[in-house]
Design a protein around this ligand. Structure first.
Ligand code: PYC
Length: 316
C-alpha cells in the first residue's frame, strides 16, 4: 500500500496532510468517518505518524474533497495517541497543502466539516490563514487538582486552573514550575504529564464527559506586543511547537468570560518556541467564536510505503 502525503507546519508544529486517503471510511459525516478510522484503521493512523516513518510530534490530517455523495470538504485530525476533535494549526496546514496543490486560491473562504463542527478558513496571501473555529467556552473556573509530593520535601502541590473548550478540552493554568521557554521543556513536560494524571484521577471532565487531555500553561510574555506565552502538552505527551489553535481558542474564551478581552480585540499568543498566533473573538447567539490567524508552510511531498514484509510498517 502507498499513501501520498504533504508535510507542512504552522508556527513550527508539523502536520502530515493526506488528501483523499486511499482507504474506505464510507460516505458518512466526519464524526462517522472518524469512528470508522479509529475502529478499523488505527494501524494506519500509527503507520502514518509514528516512528520509523514519522515521530511522536507529528499531527495527521485526512482531507476529504467533495464528491457526488458529500458536497462538503471534510477533515479528520489525529496524533500519536488517537483522534483530535479539532486542530487549529492543523487547519492552517491543510489550507497550505490545498493551496500548494492549486485546489484553493488566496482571498477565498474554505469551509471544512470536522467531527466537532464546521470551521471556516479565510485564506490570505503570504501563507496566512485565519481559522474561524468552533464555539469555545469556559466550562469550570478555578478548579484545583493535587499533584503528588515532590522528591525534595514530599509535600503535595495544589494546582489551580480553568477547564475550557476550544475544539478540544483544556486545563489552563497560570501556575508554572519554571520559566516557559525552550530550556525548560523537560520540566514543563513532566509537570504537565503529572497534571494530566491528576485530572484523570480526580474524575474532572469537560461537558458531556469530555476528556480533558490537553494541558496549557499560560504566563505573561516578556516580548513587547505579545500578550501571553504558553506551553501546551497534547495527549500522547508531545508538546505543541505552535501556540495551539484550539488552546488559544480556549484561552480566549476564558479571557472573555473574565472580562479581560472584548469582542474584536486582538490577542497575540506566543508558543514556548516563540512563534505566534493572533486571536480574537466574535459573539454570535451568545456563543464565543474565536478567530485564530497564523502562517503555515509546506516542507515535503511524497508517498508513504507500507512494505508487507516490514514488521514495523504500522509504527513502533
Ligand atoms: O493547534 O489546535 C491545535 C493543536 C491541537 C493539538 C496540536 N495542535
Amino acid at each position: 500500500m502507498e499513501i501520498n502525503f504533504i508535510d507542512t507546519h504552522a508556527a513550527g508544529e508539523p502536520t502530515r496532510v493526506i488528501i483523499n486517503p486511499p482507504f474506505d471510511l464510507g460516505n458518512g459525516t466526519m464524526a462517522e468517518r472518524r469512528d470508522r478510522f479509529s475502529e478499523e484503521f488505527d494501524h494506519l493512523r500509527r503507520g502514518i505518524l509514528l516512528e520509523p516513518r514519522g515521530s511522536d510530534v507529528l499531527v495527521g490530517a485526512l482531507v476529504f474533497e467533495p464528491t457526488l455523495f458529500s458536497k462538503e470538504r471534510g477533515v479528520i485530525f489525529f496524533n500519536n495517541a488517537g483522534i483530535l476533535g479539532m486542530c487549529g494549526h492543523g487547519t492552517m496546514c491543510v489550507i497550505q497543502a490545498l493551496r500548494y496543490k492549486n485546489r484553493i486560491n488566496d482571498d477565498s473562504l474554505v469551509d471544512l466539516e470536522t467531527p466537532v463542527g464546521r470551521v471556516t478558513a479565510e485564506v490570505f496571501p503570504d501563507n496566512w490563514v485565519a481559522v474561524h473555529n468552533v464555539a469555545s467556552y469556559l466550562h469550570r473556573k478555578g478548579v484545583s487538582v493535587t499533584l503528588p509530593g515532590g522528591e525534595l520535601d514530599g509535600s503535595e502541590r495544589l494546582i489551580k486552573g480553568d477547564v475550557a473548550y476550544g475544539g478540544n478540552w483544556f486545563f489552563l493554568t497560570h501556575d508554572s514550575p519554571c520559566p516557559v521557554d525552550m530550556d525548560h521543556i523537560r520540566e514543563l513536560t513532566d509537570y504537565s504529564i503529572q497534571v494530566q494524571a491528576a485530572i484523570r484521577e480526580s474524575g474532572l471532565e469537560g461537558a458531556d464527559g469530555g476528556v480533558i487531555d490537553h494541558i496549557e500553561i499560560c504566563v505573561p510574555s516578556e516580548t513587547p506586543g505579545v500578550n501571553s506565552r504558553n506551553f501546551v502538552l497534547c495527549p500522547g505527551a508531545a508538546y505543541d511547537r505552535s501556540p495551539c489553535g484550539t488552546g488559544t481558542s480556549a484561552h480566549l474564551a476564558c479571557l472573555w468570560a473574565d472580562g479581560l478581552l472584548k469582542e474584536g480585540e486582538e490577542w497575540t499568543q506566543e508558543s514556548v518556541i516563540g512563534t505566534r498566533f493572533v486571536g480574537s473573538v466574535t459573539l454570535a447567539a451568545n456563543q464565543i467564536l474565536p478567530v485564530i490567524r497564523g502562517q503555515s508552510f509546506v516542507t515535503a511531498e511524497g508517498k508513504l510505503i507500507f512494505d508487507e514484509s516490514d514488521p514495523l510498517r504500522f509504527g513502533i
